[in-house]
Design a protein around this ligand. Structure first.
Ligand code: CP
Ligand code: NVA
Length: 317
């Protein structure tokens, strides 16, 4: 490891927390991407922008990617993380979220939390004088969507004029993709079974934002129509964490929404396949597509590290 530190522009973002990408301006997103690019290119260089900084990690749900990438990421930047496995007791059950925030702010410099209720994250952020980063809530998954679009900038250069097709449940991942696509001026088509469409407030807000950025948000129920001529197809599990008792019912309802080679063939030649992971091979995506030449799922997983390092470097100063 060399000792030269990469040159980073760490002037503040327009937000103090990262709860939802709908709070970010297009300029904030560009700053996060530029910082992530620099940090990624300089991974072998010594970087100590978070020297002596501590990150609290509070997770109500399982995680591989988010947990590893925040922990490794803060260490890469010279800091350290303390993990609190909160699966058996939800935030606010032992003491109020406010009191938790008031304690944590005395010990650490930032919090990443993975929660069921999005409101718990908002409360943490409201009461803690340190940045709070959303590591997934039932409502949104902002770090995921930032890493998804960062990966697309690496693959495509400009995102302008590109169409992302999301097939599946209108869930947390989907909401953050819609919020972020609208801010970046990317066309997004979301295709879900009836009754499983994304939150209408998310869609309406994104449609208004897209009018200003030149993007387009389209909600459909027919996967063939949604994939037609798309540049990338994205899917996620049919039952998210917390919906385990609905798996069987959902497997039936979503069966026609599997991403397979036939659906990919409706897209532009070379269209990318995306998934936040973990994937259920043989359910929402076939083995063939998941392991196919245009699958970028592990590039996205890698980029969680670089993008979240950028988010921490910009927020935890
Ligand atoms: N995509 C994602 O957030 O993965 P984990 O649930 O493993 O953190
Ligand atoms: N929608 C999924 C994403 C997991 C990263 C879930 O919430 O379980």
């Amino acid at each position: 490891m060399t000792r030269s530190t990469p040159a980073l522009d760490l002037s503040p973002l327009s937000v103090q927390d990262l709860l939802c990408t709908s709070a970010l301006s297009p300029a904030d997103i560009e700053r996060i991407f530029a910082t992530a690019r620099t940090l990624k290119a300089a991974r072998s260089q010594h970087t100590d922008v978070l020297r002596h900084k501590r990150l609290a990690m509070i997770f109500e749900k399982d995680s591989l990617r988010t947990r590893f990438t925040f922990d490794v990421g803060v260490q890469d930047l010279g800091g350290s993380a303390v993990f609190m496995d909160h699966r058996d007791a939800r935030l606010g059950s032992r003491e109020s979220v406010k009191d938790m925030a008031k304690n944590l702010e005395r010990w650490v410099h930032g919090i990443v939390a993975r929660t069921y209720k999005h409101k718990a994250l908002e409360e943490l952020a409201q009461h803690a004088a340190i940045p709070v980063i959303n590591g997934l809530s039932d409502f949104v998954h902002p770090c995921q969507a930032l890493s998804d679009f960062f990966t697309l900038t690496e693959k495509w250069g400009s995102l302008r004029g590109r169409t992302l097709c999301y097939v599946g449940d209108g869930n947390n991942t989907c909401h953050s993709l819609i919020h972020t696509a609208a801010r970046l001026g990317v066309d997004i088509r979301v295709c879900s079974p009836e009754g499983y469409e994304p939150n209408s407030r998310v869609v309406n807000e994104a449609m208004r934002t897209a009018l200003e950025t030149g993007g387009e948000v389209t909600i459909l129920n027919d996967p063939d129509q949604a994939a037609d001529g798309a540049d990338a197809v994205y899917t996620d599990v049919w039952a998210s964490m917390g919906q385990e008792d609905e798996i069987e019912e959902r497997n039936g309802i979503f069966a026609a929404y599997q991403v397979d080679a036939e659906l990919m063939a409706r897209c532009k030649p070379g269209a990318l396949f995306m998934h936040c992971l973990p994937a259920h091979r043989g359910a929402e995506v076939t083995q063939e597509v998941m392991d196919g030449p245009h699958s970028v799922v592990f590039d996205i997983a890698e980029n969680r590290l670089h993008v979240q390092k950028a988010v921490m470097a910009l927020l935890m100063r």
